[in-house]
Design a protein around this ligand. Structure first.
Ligand code: CTP
Ligand code: MG
Length: 238
């Protein structure tokens, strides 16, 4: 792989986590004894990503920088910057400091802290080989219905063609910069939707069940179980 194929990851971790309802920012909440941001950095360090930019809450930049340092030894560069008022603003702050060597940029939510290294690699590989914009997605399990303001059903959506979209989302750097520059005042639901708004094709690849987003307390309980499952079993007492 040449330097032009360098992959960077912007890890957004600057949210407050209001729906989780913990006293500290969500990315600092612990899962199986380690903060969510550290889980994410560990997976990134085990992937082919070479440059990491972590976007932290303004008040926690120093603390997160310490946490990131502890896991980032295998990366070529790692930087921690302060985020903005919205996710989109936080991604933009991260993009500002992605090293010029990186031609591919992955954007990942720290809230999807258990996304495995192979998912980052699958998305990066799909960008390097085939597509300028790649997002992981899984089939939807619930029946989805569109409703009116009163809750009356307007339509049942055909599920076969629907995907629940995750992160990391991967892009040619120049395309992602263009999408952010063109984005309007309303916050976009994700980075891919800004690319879609440019009329550029976006490709879905198979996501991973462990890349679910920790949003509410029930998700945190699930994360504990998933993290414990992948942790090596303790050695039996002699
Ligand atoms: N995020 C961010 N900057 C913001 C808002 C969100 O970096 N101003 C990040 C979060 O840290 C998270 C990801 O975007 O990793 C997805 O956002 P979400 O799950 O909504 O996290 P929070 O905004 O922290 O949670 P909530 O909406 O419940 O407050
Ligand atoms: Mg949020």
């Amino acid at each position: 792989m040449s330097a032009a194929d360098d992959v960077a990851c912007v890890l957004v971790a600057a949210g407050r986590g209001e729906r989780l309802g913990e006293s500290r920012p969500k990315a600092l909440v612990e899962v199986a004894g380690m903060s969510m941001v550290e889980h994410a950095v560990r997976a990134i360090a085990a992937s082919q990503v070479r440059h990491l930019v972590v976007v932290a809450p303004e008040a926690n930049v120093e603390h997160m920088a310490e946490l990131v340092r502890a896991h980032a030894a295998s990366l070529a560069t790692s930087t921690v910057v302060a985020g903005g008022a919205t996710r989109q603003a936080s991604v933009a702050r991260g993009l500002d400091v992605v090293p010029a060597a990186a031609d591919v940029v992955l954007v990942h939510d720290a809230a999807r802290c258990l996304a495995p290294a192979e998912l980052y690699d699958d998305v990066a590989r799909a960008v390097l080989d085939h597509h300028d914009a790649v997002i992981p997605g899984l089939p939807v399990v619930d029946t989805l219905k569109e409703v009116d303001d009163e809750g009356g059903v307007r339509a049942t959506l055909p599920r076969a063609r629907l995907r629940a979209i995750q992160t990391p989302q991967g892009f040619r750097r120049s395309l992602l910069l263009r999408a952010h520059a063109a984005a309007g005042a309303d916050e976009a639901p994700d980075d891919a939707s800004m690319v879609e708004a440019l009329g550029v094709p976006v490709q879905v690849v198979t996501g991973h069940p462990d890349a679910f987003k920790v949003t509410r307390p029930l998700d945190l309980a699930l994360a504990e179980i998933v993290a414990a499952r992948s942790r090596p079993a303790p050695k039996p007492a002699p």
